[in-house]
Structures are given as C-alpha cells and as structure tokens.
Design a protein around this ligand. Structure first.
Ligand SMILES: Cc1ncc(C[n+]2csc(CCOP(=O)(O)OP(=O)(O)O)c2C)c(N)n1
Ligand SMILES: [Mg+2]
Length: 346
C-alpha cells in the first residue's frame, strides 16, 4: 500500500510534467514555421519532450532526498520536476536566459541544479559514470545517500553504461540504474537494437539484481524503486531497473515520425499512467474536485514559470567565455585558456 500523501505527491509531479511538456511544445513552435528553423523562436535548439515517461520520474524520485544524486539523459524534464529542480530557473535555462540554471548557455539537455543534486546530458548513457562516481563518494564518505542514473533502452549497449554497471557491482556502490524503455531510439525500434526483450537482464552479467516493470504505472514503479533505493541506502549494492514507458510525442520537436506505425502511436497515447494514477487516487478516497485542484495548481505553477522565464534577460554574448573553469589555475582567467585552442606546436 502506498500512502495517500505519496500518491498525491506523485500525481502532482506527473501532471506538472505533462502540462510542462504540452506548454513547451506550443512555445517551441513559435517563430520556427513555415520552414523549420531550429534556431528561431523563444526556445532555440533541439527539444526532447517526455510526455508518457512521467511514471518513471515520479515513481523513482519519490524515494529520493535532495542529497541523492540523479543523472538524466536528453529527455530530462519529468525527472527534473520529480527530483525538485527549481522550475523557474530550469525554464529560464530552456529559454536561454541569463537567470537559467546554467546562465542560459546549456539549454534543455544540460540542466544542473546542485541544490538537489541533479544533472543531465545530451550524450546517451553519459550519466552512468557520474552516478557511479556519486555512489563511490557516498560510500567513501560513509553517508547513506544514493545515486540514480536514468538512460533510454536505446543506450543499453553503450560502453559507459556497461562499464558503470561493472564498476558499481565490483565496488557494491549505492546506485540504481533506471532504463526508460519507450520502444524507440529516435527512429530505431527496440527489436532492431537488441535481442533482449527485458533490458534489466543486462544485470545478470554483473551479478546484480535486475527487474523490469512491465506496465506504465507509477505505483508499480514506486514499489520496484522502493526495493532498489532501499537496497542502495542500506549499503547492499546496486540494482538495475527497466521501466516500460511510452513516447507520446516525436523523438524531438519537429520529428514528423514518418517511420512510426500509426497503431504504435495510438497505443502509446492510450496507455496513460496519469489516468491510471488518478484511478488509484479515487480508489484511495480522493474525489474528482480534489484531482481537479491538483491539476489546476500544477498548471498555474507551470504558467508562472514560463511567464517568469520569458521575462528574463538574455545573456551578454561576451559572457560565452566565462565559467569555463571550475578552479582556474593561477594566472588563467575564464576568457584566457592556457593552451592553444588551434592545436599547439605539433
Ligand atoms: C553517445 C551518443 N550517440 C548518439 C547520440 C545521438 N542520439 C541522441 S538520442 C539517441 C537515441 C536515444 O534513444 P533512447 O536511449 O532509447 O532514448 P529516448 O530518446 O527513446 O528517450 C541517439 C542515438 C547521442 N546523443 N549520444
Ligand atoms: Mg527509447
């Protein structure tokens, strides 16, 4: 049994994430038509939306604290929201504004919020080694914090993922690896990427527990993650989870999805984890008016963040060379790297 407060929190995260993606979809298209100009409009660059992935974000992050590290891939917003990343500063980053999490220089695939130990990257499986590193740090410091690395099913043959599984297993690190299986890697269906129907079986090769959550259901994810995060927190080592989610939108904004059978698209739209969780809440005694209030609150929060972000200043182009170094060696300033960017003497 999941407590009503926890069901409610997960629902709030999930409706926030869904509304966020729907609103970003609208904002993104502004100014990009009729010819698709990726640099135009209020959100420059690529945009990968995660509608249909919400249960994987909420069900896992419900078990996490601010000091637990999460790394997410190129489709990060639902995880960031569930982890408690500052919504206004994240939105400002997506809109390329100076008050964004990365001063507007990173965009939607490079969101970093040290206050809640969250990071993401556009390089697939890239988050696995840093999560293993965070797990190693927790172990060496003798704390009970854990690390979670999210990746897509299209990334399960990446060396960075397999090496991280091995490292985490050998050193018994408090890490949970979470594969979000949405059946597609851009235009590549899962069965053409791997012969393994259940990606969590990758764990077998590392003598690590692995489990697949076959149904796009926040409560099922919550239950599986409770065990996995609990094992990590109790210093009993890593776990690999695979969660079936659904890609309700294109791979990225502007993807015509001409490669995707209509039936697959329609099926993804039907399996809605948000509606499923709403049913669980009704069964637990929440009435429709309360659900509507939660939804309205989430929508208002999203609108406020977007309005705020759009009002923020754009960065000064001269600031592009700032913040290049964490601890600049003495005599080196941000704008003056101490090596020859053109290639040196050889
Ligand atoms: C190392 C690396 N190779 C290739 C790419 C290009 N790329 C971006 S997304 C993607 C597919 C990702 O599929 P999946 O991991 O299933 O995530 P999804 O997009 O379905 O959420 C690829 C190959 C990349 N970002 N990084
Ligand atoms: Mg995928």
């Amino acid at each position: 049994m999941v407590a009503l407060t926890e069901l409610t929190e997960m629902y709030a995260d999930m409706v926030t994430a869904r509304h966020y993606e729907e609103r970003l979809q609208e904002e993104y298209l502004e100014g990009k038509q009729p010819a698709f100009d990726i640099s135009a409009g209020p959100i420059p660059g690529e945009l990968h939306l995660a509608a249909g992935h919400e249960a994987a974000g909420a069900g896992v992050c419900q078990h996490l604290r601010d000091d637990d590290t999460v790394t997410a891939p190129h489709r990060p917003h639902h995880v960031a929201i569930a982890k408690g990343v500052d919504l206004k500063r994240m939105t400002a980053e997506i809109f390329g504004r100076e008050t964004g999490l990365g001063k507007g220089k990173g965009g939607h695939m490079h969101l970093f919020d040290p206050d809640v130990s969250f990071a993401c990257s556009g390089i697939i499986a890239e988050g696995c080694p840093p999560a293993a590193g965070a797990g190693l740090a927790a172990k060496k410091r003798n704390t009970d914090s854990v690390a979670v690395a999210y990746l897509g099913e299209g990334a399960i043959d990446q060396g960075a993922f397999l090496e991280s599984l091995n490292f985490a297993a050998v050193h018994d690190l408090p890490v949970v690896f979470v594969i979000e299986d949405n059946d597609w890697a851009i235009s590549m269906p899962k069965e053409r990427v791997t012969d393994l129907e259940d990606g969590s079986k990758r764990a077998d090769g590392f003598d690590m527990p692995g489990r697949r959550v076959d149904v796009d259901d926040a409560v099922a994810v919550y239950d599986a993650a409770r065990e996995a995060v609990g094992r990590a927190r109790d210093q009993n080592g890593p776990t690999l989870l695979e969660i079936q989610v659904h890609r309700r939108m294109g791979h990225f904004m502007g993807d015509p999805e001409s490669y995707r059978p209509e039936a697959d698209q329609a099926a993804a739209a039907q399996r809605d984890s948000i509606e499923r969780l709403a049913d669980d809440l009704r069964a637990a005694g929440t009435d429709d008016a309360e659900l509507e209030d939660l939804r309205a609150e989430a929508e208002a929060r999203v609108e406020e963040a977007i309005e705020w972000a759009k009002d923020q200043p754009k960065p000064d182009p001269a600031a592009a060379h700032e913040d290049m170094w964490v601890n600049p060696p003495s005599g080196v300033t941000d704008s003056e790297p101490d090596f020859d960017l053109a290639g040196g003497e050889d």
